[in-house]
Ligand binder design. Sequence first.
Ligand code: 5RP
Length: 230
Amino acid sequence: MTTEDFKRAAAEAALAYVEPGMKLGLGTGTTAAHFVELLGEKVADGFDIVGVPTSEATRELAERHGVPLTTLKDTPELDLTVDGADEIDPQLRLIKGGGAALLREKIVAFASKRMIVIADATKRVEHLGAFPLPIEVVPFGKESTRRAIAKLAKELGGSGEVDIRRAEDECPVVTDSGHIIVDAHFGRIDDPQKVADALNRIPGVVEHGLFIGFAERAILAGPDGVFELE
Ligand code: 5RP
């Protein structure tokens, strides 16, 4: 089986938590895309749900697969968000944002009563931080903000390397909300809450990819099968 098969298996297992009539948050990324596709099949079979996408990419995908959509304006409270992650620690703290959608992902997850994370088993880690932390930053003053993040990352034991994420054409990646993304090397993150609090004090930081206290369950799939952490 390939990594893609594992992602799909995790996404398929998450369908067991979806009930008719639910208002769903729809995540972003390759694993969440499997979930949206599978959800489309259920909708075609008459399953009645509605979703709020966490990115324009997910919105387009959901539309292509016939998943009915709404917005947080019309549906401000959701039942369940299903989304992927870049790292998942034993306390279900997450690093997200590899797909540059962390701001909308966090807003949608915060608006949901529950969040389930789906991933291939390689995303499970003992300590967060091997994956550089994605941080959404306001373009105005981005170099000052980048330096402030780098200083913080160094103070907290990381290399302090903070890269502006660039697309293939070398232009900075611009998020759906018009911000840029920096990827920050904090090294092993022993105290995610401390990093989150410190980042929240930097004015140019819109949001960071540490999701603490969001996920109630992670569904992981790997060579040993599908298993759940809670
Ligand atoms: C997007 C995300 C994704 O959920 C995360 O990057 C995992 O992506 P994938 O399922 O493609 O590995 O946070 O911003």
